[in-house]
Ligand binder design. Sequence first.
Ligand code: C2E
Ligand code: MG
Ligand code: MG
Ligand code: MG
Length: 291
Amino acid sequence: GMMMVLVILALGMGGMVYVTWGRMLTPEMEMRRALLRGEFVPFIQPIVSGHDGSLVGAEVLVRWNHYRSGMIRPDLFVPLAEECGVIVPITRELMLEVARELSAHLDQLPPEFHISFNICPIQCHDFTLLEDCQTFLSTFPPDRIRLTLELTERVLLEPTEITMLLFERLDQIGVKIALDDFGTGHSSLSYLQQFRVDYLKIDRCFVAMIGSDALSRDILDGTLDLAQRLGLKTVAEGIENQEQADFLRERQVAYLQGFWFAKPMTMKEFSAYLRTAPELPLNEGGWRPAM
Ligand code: C2E
Ligand code: MG
Ligand code: MG
Ligand code: MG
């Protein structure tokens, strides 16, 4: 009966079982319930121009605001949400929420504001994602918001017929693709040969190498060279200090992101940030564009 079903689901989820309120709940059931309660919330982290330090976009990062455990970081539940497919409705909810919030603040956003969402490989196996992107974009006047999907290169994406067609359709409606965590996967180069990619996001482990030994710097320089030769725009993530920001700006990295500029924040905090950001230096260290 019911118990049997739960056990099978639990085994399917790698043997993990949660006990909540005296009942056995699989992570999938727990996440579906959390979805209904609106516990998955978008946080958003600003991205600034490497050229002049101005706000150019933002990345959406999910948090699980669990009714008893508090804020749970994505690393702890996104892999499970992908495994059972709940990541699909979670992403849809995030997109709807972010579209609502951005629509209310369009007058404060710079032109062609870039917004990016992180996507799992399973979301590239049918056209649900295309529909969700269309819905997102239809909320805004044409070309007002540029939508980017970030795909991590840590996980292999099979170039199946449907995936290739999906990427083509996404391209047709103007959706950009960023290869996230670039340099950390095993597939950097084959990824780039097989899929259309618009941006490379240099992983923060490379940014952390700035200021360390010469070999590490060479590795970072080599990575930036590769991006430039391929004609791809680069985003550097995980910038935590002035030295890193200056180094990357000198090397003409197009976009910069990290705690040094702004931490991920709630949508409400973001609307306050939008009101004050134009008047404030864009980081706590008071860095201003050198021009
Ligand atoms: P990611 O896409 O590479 O996101 C960047 C991560 O670095 C975020 O962690 C962000 O909070 C953190 N970060 C940003 N600036 C700094 C910095 O200066 N220093 C340090 N130490 N960290 C910084 P977060 O939010 O915990 O997300 C972790 C990962 O979870 C993301 O890595 C992404 O792969 C995944 N993720 C987040 N939201 C979603 C989502 O909605 N869907 C999917 N499929 N994955 C998501
Ligand atoms: Mg990302
Ligand atoms: Mg990343
Ligand atoms: Mg990462």
